[in-house]
Write a protein that binds this ligand. Sequence first.
Ligand code: HEC
Ligand code: HEC
Length: 159
Amino acid sequence: MTGLPAFRRFSYFFGLVAACLCVSACAESGAAAGLRLPAYQAECAACHIAYPPGLLGAKSWQHIMGDLSKHFGVDASLDVGSTKAISAWLVEHAGAGRRFNDTSPDNRITKSQWFVRQHDEVSASVFKRVAVGSASNCAACHKRAADGNFSEHEVRIPK
Ligand code: HEC
Ligand code: HEC
């Protein structure tokens, strides 16, 4: 690197930082895997983004897929085949590690400890803004949420 002109070194450094952030944020959210099952994209992204499977533990996904007719106040039921296929895929790509040992309250990403910690600077009133609606509406603030990108560099909180 010593041979590079100063500006090259500079951009190389920031390129690296950006790449690392993307890798950590994307790996954390299971983002890459989040976009792969066409049935998941087709059936589970009509009302909200297709939440990356790595953001919830296997038990929470099983609970959600086992009760789709009473899905957070709406009926999201599917035929048996699609339910099984999507469920198996979500469990396979579910979040692993200690933070996912316990079932998340209400089986919500937004009520899990890590989520609350990551958003401790966002007040409840901000989540209730008309342009946001609720914490579940990731895409209101994470401009690339649909691609599974939750990097802090892509966050814009709407007024
Ligand atoms: C008919 C609309 C609809 C469909 C289809 C739908 N959902 Fe939902 N989903 C909702 C609503 C409404 C909420 C609650 C959002 C809120 O609290 O603001 C929700 C919330 C969720 C949450 C919790 C988000 C949080 O707050 O952490 C998960 C996970 C979820 N849905 C997964 C799925 C999966 C998996 C499918 C496909 C099998 C699916 N959804 C299909 C309407 C839908
Ligand atoms: C009201 C706006 C808002 C909503 C809605 C929101 N977030 Fe965030 N999110 C933020 C802010 C602000 C941060 C902190 C960025 C920082 O650290 O500077 C953040 C941070 C994160 C991080 C950590 C990013 C990093 O690089 O460390 C993840 C992961 C994340 N959010 C996921 C989600 C998911 C998943 C949803 C939806 C279920 C969601 N967020 C909904 C505003 C929001």
